[in-house]
Design a protein around this ligand. Structure first.
Ligand SMILES: Cc1cc2nc3c(=O)[nH]c(=O)nc-3n(C[C@H](O)[C@H](O)[C@H](O)COP(=O)(O)OP(=O)(O)OC[C@H]3O[C@@H](n4cnc5c(N)ncnc54)[C@H](O)[C@@H]3O)c2cc1C
Length: 481
């Protein structure tokens, strides 16, 4: 079969890899006109304006690493050969955890550390090494060719140079700005179902490289956190690089402006316990500017409505279907997994495009929708807290509000329990890494009991050490005018 894939990001390349292994002839159309780099560092300066998030910190979760391990071990090996590293649960535990015993399931709890550009470059190289994958860069897709019908059938794509390309079916993987619903409307399809919500944050990232002879600081403490008025994290990259990300509420114009200044950015990072040791002289910045990304949505689109596909012969994968808040680091995992689910639906129904659409819809609902839902719930609460802080109010003032209690359980139960109990930490990281569903942690009676025991004991413990300036005003005071 001849397949046209729109977009050469994680979902498009994941689709090309999976479909070419089914024996399909795949052509990937990527609008960015950029030759494939030769090294990881060259990839870092890649012109990828169609996917501006490549200049931001990325975590690669265990679910993604396991998909590579189980289906593309050659790609996992290539990533490691190009400088990516594996971060295993159980390594670098804080000294306060004394009950860790390695379990067989811990072999699955391994994250991958590398820059997003390195990850995509290695994926692209692997896809192109397959004789059945062609990549046409510098070609933007502007719509579909189709055969009319009650449900229109896509027969190919229209390109921005006025030409068309025929395909037995099309995979749309054009990322978060993808206008697929409008293209479908243009060919007479029924509207897709869409839900979307602002994540409430603006993202700021800067990359660094260790100086010769220096090592990464110890990683026994948390490498990220949330002070309500600012969120932050450190991400290890490949080849002795790392990045720091700060995220401010959208409405906090003052902090947004400050974070985009590289000197202020570094100063803020130095005031946070988790990030300060990374900037105490062991590394130099490799991005002179701070990269900023706003307009970040959580968005879910359904292309099967009332049990009927709105289009035939076209599947949508990755961010074009589901975008989630980057803070949770899920997008590449959900995108690559989605490409894999799409290829399974194709393999299971090779000659029936309607059955492919239905199977993909069902597996997407089952495997991915819970993550969209949980992201929206978490963000709704985070926005409430951030807005109270910005209005100089105490987000926990209403003690009768169940959300206040849940925040208390998180802060004074789950977080301290993770510092002392490997069982709770493992359960948290399994969920964080998409190895269990989002509600698995709180549904597990043993884990719930451990967390509540720690929470109930909160008044008998010495207060937790501060993670950074405890109020926004305190942080602002640290920044010279
Ligand atoms: C600030 C930020 C930080 C993030 N951090 C993380 C993280 O830590 N971990 C994680 O897993 N995920 C993270 N993500 C999400 C992750 O980057 C995305 O989920 C992932 O890149 C989606 O892959 P995709 O292939 O669907 O889209 P993209 O990677 O965006 O690729 C889409 C491609 O399609 C091309 N394209 C678009 N339109 C057309 C067209 N009309 N014709 C031809 N080509 C076209 C674009 O040029 C682009 O190359 C982050 C996202 C953001 C915004």
């Amino acid at each position: 079969m001849k397949v046209a894939v729109i977009g050469g990001g994680v979902a498009g390349l994941g689709s090309a890899l999976a479909l070419s292994r089914l024996g399909h002839e795949v052509t990937v159309f990527e609008r960015d006109d950029t030759p494939t780099p030769a090294t990881a560092d060259e990839a870092f300066s890649w012109d990828r304006r169609g996917a501006p998030q490549v200049r931001h910190s990325h975590a690669f979760l265990a679910r993604l690493r396991n998909l590579l391990r189980d289906h593309y071990p050659d790609i996992l090996q290539s990533l490691i050969a190009e400088g990516a590293t594996e971060m295993r649960f159980g390594d670098n535990l804080p000294a306060t955890i004394t009950n860790f015993e390695r379990l067989p399931e811990d072999d699955d709890l391994v994250m991958l550390s590398c820059r997003r550009t390195t990850f995509e470059w290695v994926l692209r190289r692997a896809a192109l090494a397959h004789g059945d994958v062609q990549m046409r860069t510098g070609h933007g897709v502007v719509g579909f060719t189709y055969a009319p019908g009650v449900v229109p059938r896509v027969t190919g794509i229209k390109l921005d140079d006025g030409t068309t390309h025929d395909a037995d079916y099309v995979v749309a993987a054009g990322g978060r700005r993808s206008p697929v619903p409008e293209w479908l409307a243009d060919i007479g399809c029924a509207p897709v179902n869409e839900q979307s919500e602002d994540t409430g944050i603006v993202y700021f990232s800067r990359f660094y490289r260790l100086k010769p002879g220096m090592e990464y600081p110890p990683r026994t403490g948390p490498i990220g956190g949330d002070l309500g008025y600012i969120k932050y994290g450190v991400f290890i990259g490949d080849n002795r690089t790392f990045s720091i990300t700060l995220a401010t509420p959208v409405a906090d114009n003052q902090l947004r402006k400050l974070c985009s200044d590289p000197i202020v950015f570094d100063n803020i990072a130095r005031s946070l316990v988790a990030t300060s040791t990374w900037l105490d002289g062991c590394a130099d910045p490799i991005t002179q500017d701070v990269h900023v990304m706003a307009g970040l949505l959580n968005r879910w689109r359904e292309y099967v409505v009332n049990d009927k596909p709105v289009v035939l012969g076209m599947h949508v994968v990755g961010d074009a279907h589901l975008c989630t808040n980057p803070l949770y680091g899920r997008g590449c995992t959900t995108s690559f997994l989605h490409a894999h689910l799409m290829a399974q639906a194709v393999a299971n129904n090779p000659h029936d495009v309607a059955a492919q659409a239905t199977e993909l819809h069902e597996s997407t609902q089952r495997e991915l929708y819970p993550w969209y839902k949980s992201t929206v719930e978490q963000d709704t609460e985070a926005r409430r807290v951030a807005s109270a802080i910005l209005d100089n109010q105490d987000p926990d003032s209403d003690t009768t509000d169940p959300r206040t209690m849940m925040r208390g359980v998180f802060r004074d139960g789950l977080l301290p329990a993770m510092r002392t109990d490997a069982v709770v930490m493992r359960a948290f990281f399994r969920s964080f890494n998409l190895l269990t569903l989002p509600d698995a942690l709180m549904k597990d009676a043993d884990i719930g009991a451990r967390i509540f025991a720690v929470w109930n004991d909160r008044d008998n413990r010495v207060p937790e050490p501060a993670l950074g300036p405890s109020t926004r005003a305190e942080l602002l005071q640290l920044i010279p005018a």
